[in-house]
Design a protein around this ligand. Sequence first.
Ligand code: NCD
Length: 309
Amino acid sequence: MSELSVNHLLGIKYLNKDDIKLIFETADHFKEVINRPIKKVPSLRDITIANLFFENSTRTKLSFELAEKRLSADVINFSASQSSVKKGETLIDTVSNILSMKVDMVVMRHPNPGASVFLSQHVNASIINAGDGAHEHPTQALLDSYSIRERLGNVKGKKVVIVGDILHSRVALSNIFALQLQGADVMVCGPKTLLPKYIDKLGVKVETNLLKALNWCDVANMLRVQNERMEVNYFPSTREYTQQYGVTMDVLNSLNKDITIMHPGPINRGVEITSEVADSNQAIILNQVENGVAVRMAIIYLLASKIKQ
Ligand code: NCD
């Protein structure tokens, strides 16, 4: 297969197995490109991309911008805090105005679940979802699986546990879909209050005991507690959360095998993992960041080739 089955990247749930394979093979090529002395290719010289961030972001925004620039696309950036959104403009009006400046592709992060699906139905541009509320974060899940494939050779058959605040995490949902599509065995682990009620319907194993989960897995993807999305207290205190769900070197050393530690960032050092764990050889957190650029280049390149047709 040489093209994606979709015209937008709205969520992993719209992709198939072959799409993921194609994205990874294309990312392998771009990973080689970004490790050359000249890290740029002229592929997208005729494409203009708008990065619209209605919610805060560091890594994802920089990673997309770098991916676009390394493909030689023209890039414009917009962040909601400095825009007319604050003056009451609607999402469609904001985006239509930007598109009338001849923009081909929109990368959007938005606090509302479904915002990018809505946009794809109303404007004429290719849309990439860079995170929509607690719903999906497809590029993060793809770079996570790509990083597992790089470290362990394959995603299929691997046991992956996602630990922490599953309830508020778009990274968790997209990872569950992506890992299952590739034939991994997926578990979620966290306090009951941070597991969604519909978790049984997602076909994942559920474990509330961290040690049991870590002894089972090949890979642990550690999530941040998303305090900014919590309107009530979901656990007694951060200290208690860390005691039960924080990964320390002692915890890792008590296991009968080496597991791979992942984190999408931003890390709350000393809460979900200690600094020693984050900086250890078992962690692939900075590889994830590096791979993020190559995977996003692949996605943008593949979607842009569909626009050009
Ligand atoms: C995540 C996000 O924004 O969903 N971060 C990211 O994109 N790398 C996870 C988080 O905020 O904890």
